[in-house]
Design a protein around this ligand. Structure first.
Ligand code: BES
Ligand code: MN
Length: 457
């Protein structure tokens, strides 16, 4: 390692508590994108990022309004022919509810046993601040030789509904060689990760309307089809006994998994016990004929995310409900088209929903899957940087979660993303007591220092 790199890592370590304070400031802003009550906090979070970029002497810093929450942009272009890296991040977070399950308040960041607890600590304000901390290190020492552009959105956790339009409008501004997307995460603390495939998402609300008003279940039960029952029957029919999804044509475009990739996934398999423990279940479930890793990363799924109908209060009420609602989403794999999947769901409902109810289907958010070429110079540079810091080559992972911008950058900008992250799979993201392992975070900052340096060579 060169002495200037050693100096940079030393600077990053010496400033760890400053970087942590900055992250805590960011985490105190409750930027919950889905909740209109938090709209002012979205502006606040965007302005916080602007002030950090100003501190790093970025140029062309702008808050771009969108039809939803604003996009923050800035750049720091080194002279010469160095490559340009577009760093993606999101400043929005998931709602903190149920609040009573948090040991300390979600937006009052606190460190316990080396873990920083707060909504967004892992997903993904910690990742955004790891990037800014690494940049601060190199900028302070005048060692940043790669061109950096940053794009921070405020709507990832609601499916990035306005980001495609923004990118289409600002293609020239966003021109770059590669993107860095640190919105993924690791499985084990001692093994870094590079993600090369993400699942897409198609999310729907299905509403069934039965009788014109709630009915007495004694006076009408046996006469009127209960929409709650119909909803359950429809949902039950969406999987067969082998755990396969029954929507017509659902698997038509799903790519078969090549044998070499199956072997690779098997080599990195976490093992059944790992999944049982993480999920807190005594038995796994899923599509027959595929391993847990294949089912998570390379096979599409359909989940019921929520159900609502009838009486759910204390005690009992004999009612035959007028309506029933379900939130249903599919995780998609490469080549599945969210618009086609909507048609498949509609065809399923057309052929299976009885005439006794009226149904409505509303699309909530959608985005296709993505798969990334691992042979990019930027990917190799990141792999080398991660290996230097962790002493282990990164696990190459197919991710079950979704980051819609990755596919959008491919199709709109023609840009491939290098995807990583320094959170862990038990960080409780989207759940109470979300936290970030600070030792791991600090290793992530080191790796980013090495990565940015290598790209500037
Ligand atoms: N950062 C996550 C996705 C993620 C988590 C990737 C862990 C890899 C490892 C992201 O913020 C997220 O939760 N995305 C949503 C997207 C949806 C709302 C379109 C998801 O996957 O549910
Ligand atoms: Mn995220």
């Amino acid at each position: 390692m060169t002495s200037s790199l050693e100096q940079a890592l030393q600077y990053a370590h010496d400033n760890q508590s400053l970087f942590l304070d900055q992250l805590k400031d960011f985490l105190r802003i409750p930027s919950v994108s889905t909740d209109p009550a938090h709209h002012p906090d979205m502006e606040k979070a965007a302005r916080y990022l602007v002030s950090r970029l100003e501190g790093l002497a970025f140029t062309h810093i702008q808050i771009f309004p969108t039809a939803g929450h604003p996009v923050v942009y800035g750049e720091r272009l080194a002279a010469g022919s160095a490559p340009t890296l577009l760093v993606y991040g999101h400043y929005d977070v998931q709602p903190a509810e149920p609040l009573e399950l948090w040991q300390t308040p979600a937006f009052d960041p606190q460190v316990r046993d080396g873990l920083l607890y707060a909504r967004g600590a892992s997903d993904m304000k910690g990742q955004v601040m790891a990037v800014l901390s690494a940049l601060e290190t190199l900028i302070h020492l005048d060692q940043l030789k790669v061109n950096i552009k940053v794009l921070f959105e405020g709507e990832e956790e609601i499916g990035s509904p306005n980001l495609d339009a923004f990118m289409r409008e600002h293609k020239a501004l966003l021109a770059c060689d590669n993107a860095l997307n640190p919105d993924a995460g690791m499985v084990y603390p001692d093994r870094p990760v590079i993600v090369y495939a993400l699942r897409g998402l198609a999310y729907f609300e299905l509403r069934l309307h039965g009788p014109s008003h709630d009915l007495h279940s004694g006076l009408f039960g046996g006469l009127v089809h209960n929409p709650a029952q119909v909803l359950c029957e429809l949902i039950a029919g969406m999987h067969d006994a082998q755990g396969r999804i029954t929507l017509p044509g659902f698997y038509d475009r799903v790519r078969p998994l090549p044998a070499e990739e199956r072997a690779q996934l098997a080599r990195d398999a976490m093992g059944e016990a790992f999944h049982l423990k993480q999920a807190g279940v005594s038995q796994l479930w899923g599509e027959q004929g595929y391993s847990p890793e294949e089912r998570l990363g390379a096979r599409p799924t359909l989940e019921v995310n929520g159900l609502l109908s009838g009486f759910t209060g204390h005690g009992s009420k004999t009612v035959l409900p007028a309506e029933a609602m379900a939130k249903i989403s599919m995780r998609l794999v490469p080549d599945q088209d969210p618009a086609e999947v909507e048609q498949q769901l509609r065809r399923y409902l057309e052929s299976h929903a009885p005439a006794s109810v009226r149904w409505e289907l509303e699309e909530m958010s959608s985005g296709p899957a993505s798969i990334t070429d691992l042979n990019l110079p930027a990917t190799r540079a990141l792999a080398a940087a991660l290996e230097t810091v962790w002493g282990k080559a990164p696990q190459l992972k197919r991710e079950g979660g979704s980051i819609p911008v990755v596919a959008s950058m491919q199709t709109i900008l023609g840009v491939e993303s290098v995807i990583t992250g320094f959170g862990l799979s038990d960080d409780n993201i989207h759940a109470p007591n979300e936290h970030l392992n600070l030792a791991n975070w600090s290793r992530g900052i080191d790796a980013l220092v090495l990565f940015f340096t290598a790209l500037g060579k």
